[in-house]
Design a binder for this molecule. Structure first.
Ligand code: HEC
Ligand code: HEC
Length: 186
């Protein structure tokens, strides 16, 4: 009888452990206070090595799954916004799997939800900077501070203005536009 009880206890414990391990975002179990006001930070080495060579490491939670799938096709990568961003097929598949897992679609982060809500079902944006939510959030910033600013140059350079962008946080209070300074909204 003792042995049976022990076996049952072990079985239950292993079930519980599996349940947590299966959870996509087990961070939420280990730290209850995890901040979800931004997007989930990048934690994939291969993604960082291959997709942050030419620009900021855009978090998967900034675009829907269908956008990443389209962008990550071999033929799309060969002409990636005018550049060649082709990858070895194993790397391409590993990165795509990562993007699929943490895409905005079902992410439990505020900015991912806002991005999703502003994209229509039939739309597959390839640029974060062309999504309605992005445009609305940035439409008061004069172009001389962006495209006309040699230290920023493009809307795509998130981290030249958002000092905490790499952590997945885009709070207005942390904005310092390179060559301009703190953003005063009025
Ligand atoms: C060889 C350089 C290069 C590599 C490598 C590269 N990109 Fe890009 N990417 C670009 C350029 C250039 C742009 C356009 C930037 C601009 O308009 O200022 C861009 C734009 C983007 C954008 C759109 C940004 C916006 O404006 O909203 C996304 C998303 C993106 N890249 C994702 C990726 C991913 C994912 C990878 C890895 C598979 C990757 N990039 C690898 C050069 C590169
Ligand atoms: C030229 C500087 C600049 C660049 C480049 C830029 N942003 Fe911003 N962003 C701002 C400013 C300033 C605000 C605050 C605007 C306001 O509410 O008045 C902002 C607001 C935001 C917000 C909303 C934050 C909030 O508190 O409501 C998000 C999300 C965001 N940016 C994401 C991005 C992403 C992602 C990129 C890159 C693809 C990017 N931004 C590029 C300056 C910039």
């Amino acid at each position: 009888m003792m042995i049976l009880r022990f076996v049952l206890l072990c079985f239950c414990l292993s079930l519980a452990a599996t349940a947590y391990a299966d959870d996509d975002d087990h961070d939420s179990f280990w730290s209850f206070s995890k901040d979800k006001s931004g997007v989930r930070a990048v934690d994939h080495m291969l993604y960082r090595q291959n997709c942050a060579e030419c620009h900021f490491a855009y978090q998967p939670g900034l675009l829907p799954r269908r956008s990443w799938q389209k962008m990550m096709q071999t033929s799309s990568l060969a002409d990636h916004f005018g550049d060649n961003a082709e990858l070895a097929d194993a790397d391409r598949q590993s990165i795509l799997a990562y993007l699929n897992t943490y895409a905005a679609d079902d992410a439990d982060y505020k900015r991912s939800k806002k991005m999703m809500r502003s994209i229509r079902e039939h739309e597959t944006p390839l640029r974060i900077t062309q999504v309605r939510y992005f445009i609305e959030k940035h439409d008061e910033i004069p172009l001389r501070m962006v495209t006309g600013n040699p230290q920023v140059r493009s809307w795509s350079n998130c981290a030249t203005c958002h000092t905490t962008a790499d952590t997945g946080s885009f709070e207005e209070d942390d904005v310092r536009i390179l060559g301009v300074g703190k953003w005063e909204d009025d």
